[in-house]
Structures are given as structure tokens and as C-alpha cells.
Design a protein around this ligand. Sequence first.
Ligand code: BG6
Length: 465
Amino acid sequence: MAQGRAAPGTDPSDAFVFFGATGDLAYKKIFPALQSMILRGGLTVPVIGVAKSGWSLEQLRERARSSLAEHGGGVDEAAFARLAALLKYIDGDYADPATFEALRQALGGARRPAHYLAIPPSLFGSVVQSLAQSGCAAGARVVIEKPFGHDLASARALNATLHSVFAERSIFRIDHYLGKEAVENLLFFRFANTFLEPIWNRHYVDSVQITMAEAFGVQGRGKFYDETGAIRDVVQNHLLQVVGYLAMEPPISLYPDSVRDEQVKVFRSIPPLKPENLVRGQFRGYTKEPGVAPGSTVETFAALRLEIDSWRWDGVPFFIRAGKSLPLTATEVVVDLKRPPLSTLSPQESNSFRFRLGPQIAIAISARIKKPGPEMVSMPVALAAVDNSAGDEVGAYERLLTDAMRGDATLFVREDAVEAAWAIVDPILGDATPVHPYDPGTWGPAEADRLTAGCEGWRNPAKDP
Ligand code: BG6
């Protein structure tokens, strides 16, 4: 074992350290999650922010307050007072050993700190080495955010960097989709309902499609987005995770890695994508966004068709579509079943299951019933359960940070899953295919329609769930 490599065990973390304390991620996600953890879970351990901003602790407290007001659903004064009392701040350069010495001091007797690296991935290498050299990595956990690399080779290099200091069981890679209630509900709906599992296979399922539509553009993140594009930003991670939950075999038991074992089996049975099964688009006006290179060919829309080479899914197409500046914001899964015989009973539509994953949560089954009247014809009816209240991202981060601090890695992306997911998209990254323009507020370039030929076509989510 490398020096400072985290020891096994699931004792709760006794300190929470976040690098990038004055940055965007901390502002939008971490402070709100900490307030919720205090309110619901009784977070009582030291919370240590690290950054190089020349700030004082008082300034960080003020930053926390405005973060809660803007992104945390408001400041709960009692919770804020507790958070402010737990908060410590270390101002220093990540390249300076003195910063980590100060962290070591601030950690006091903590034996299992959780270090959240809310910083650019290019800094991970030096920060994890400094954590090890200063003794701050001993017994510790490390939490990181996507992107986990920008292709298969860089993901492997990133994993090697992390593993030079931390054991895999101490690494918690956040894909916030795995913290969403609606995404977890896919697993529950599948495996908790006797009626579903017998038909959830190639004998009954005709096709599966996942649409992640966003009505907004790149929202001031032009520079990041132009180095990323839709495939790297949301397909390789969030949407393949959704495929994993939709397609996996039942977890063999409740041992901690059983769900992750099944997830990675799905990814490994998806052949690497071919350029002919991908259509990329870019909304008109994208290249005028601040931070975007003139003449950029980065995609803001991707539609693709993949197959899963498994006993259960052989021959069933899975369609994925993700785009910015589409007509509305909704992430939705539609699972179309094959048609029954006797076409008069079911003339146009087959049955389908629809899962709205965000911003609202809904599960709807489209069934057919007899149309009232003398004729023997059918009509569609939707059996739906809708929950408008959930789906918040603070909830996802609260859940994930709580789990990481408890040492429960079920909802985090394991090394083998990250690499298997990159292996799927690696051949279609960059300019492997042309990029087609589309008008903002439309469903992307018409070229995407050829992917669903032979199936029911793309199902555009409706405004209401
Ligand atoms: C992020 C992407 O990971 O997920 C964003 O970087 C995207 O581009 C966001 O908008 C979507 O998350 P959600 O939870 O709003 O669907």
C-alpha cells in the first residue's frame, strides 16, 4: 500500500474538507447541502474550507449565507448558526506545503476526514499528493465531481493519480444523477413490482429512449462547454447511468457493491458507438457565446442509438438524445412495448412506460381500453403518478455527501464503470461526425430522425409531466 493510503472500514467521517471553498460549486451546491445535512442529519463535525482567495473566515461565512439565500431555499438561522460555528477556513496556495500543514493542524484529531475536491481536475494530482505528504490522507476519503477525464485515456490517468494515494473504496465520484430520487426510483419501480420484471426484456420491449432536453443554452459556461460538448457533458455520465439502471440485472443481494457490479456489466455489454449511429447538432448562435471559439464544431445536441449485447436486450435499440436550447426542460425515459396482435384492438399505439426524471417526477403507463360505444375499438389511457414537489438538486447533493461521509459508495461511480462508459463513447468524440445547425427552441437537427427509423420516432416530452 502506498504511504497514506486510506484504510478500509466504514466509520463515519469526522471532518469535512472542501477545496475550492470560494468557488462556484461550493456556492451552488455544497453550502446548501451542508445546511440540509445540519437540518436533517445533524452534521456535527468540523467543516473546513480551503481556497486561495485572500479571504477571512468571516468572509466565507458571509459567502455561505448568500449561497443559502440564493440556492439553499433560504437561510435557516438556527442551522446557519451551527454551520458558521463548525466552519473553518484555510487560505493558501494548493502548491504550497504550508497550506496542507495548516490543514493538518485544523483537522486536529480527526482520523477519517472526507476531502471534497471542488476544483478543476488539472489540480487533482498535486492536491492528492500534498494530502498524502502532509499526512492528511491517512484514513481519509476523497470526493470528486465529474468530469472524470475527457476520454478513456485521460480517465485512466486520472484514476491512476487518485489510486497513487487513495484506495478505490475511499474514492467517491459524484454523478449527481445517481443521487436523484427519480433515478433511484427506476430501480425500485423495476424490481419492486411483480408485474414489470417478466416483461422487461427483448420479448416485450420494442425500444427505449431517453431525452434530456434543456430550454437554456450554455449559461455563461461557454469556455467549459466548448471544451466538453453534450456527449462528454451529459451522455457519457448522466444518461449512461440511466441506461445502466434501466437495463441492469437484479442486484444479486444487498452487499454494498452489488448495484455497481450490475451497472458495470451493462456498460461492458454496450459495444463502442459507431459514427453512423450518432447525429450531432449545434444551436445557431452558439459560436457567439462568450468563451466559445469562433467556428467551434462542438455539439450542443447529440442523438444516438446504442445496443446492449446481452441475453435480455439483444436487438432492442436504446436511443439517447440530449440538447441545449430545446423547446423545454425535461428529462424523460420512454419504454415502448411491442404491439399485441389483432390490430383493431391496438391500431396505432403500443403500450409504453414513461418516466419523467426531472424537473418533476412522474411515472406513467400508457394502456389501451375499449372506447365506449358500440364499436370494438380501443383508445389510449394514461395511468400516471406525478410528484411535482421533488427532483431538487440540493436533495441529490445532500444525499451523496451524507453517503460519502458514511462510507457508503453505492451511489458513486466506480473506476471500472467510468472507464467502461468512456469506452462506449470514445470512438465518437470530437469531430468523428459532422455537426448540424439547429434553431434554438426546436428539437434539434432533423437529421436525428433517421436514427429512429423503423421505430415509433422520437417522443418529445410534453411541458407538463
Ligand atoms: C450537469 C451538466 O452535469 O448537469 C449541465 O454539466 C447540465 O450542462 C446539468 O445542465 C443538468 O442537471 P439536472 O440535474 O438539472 O438535469
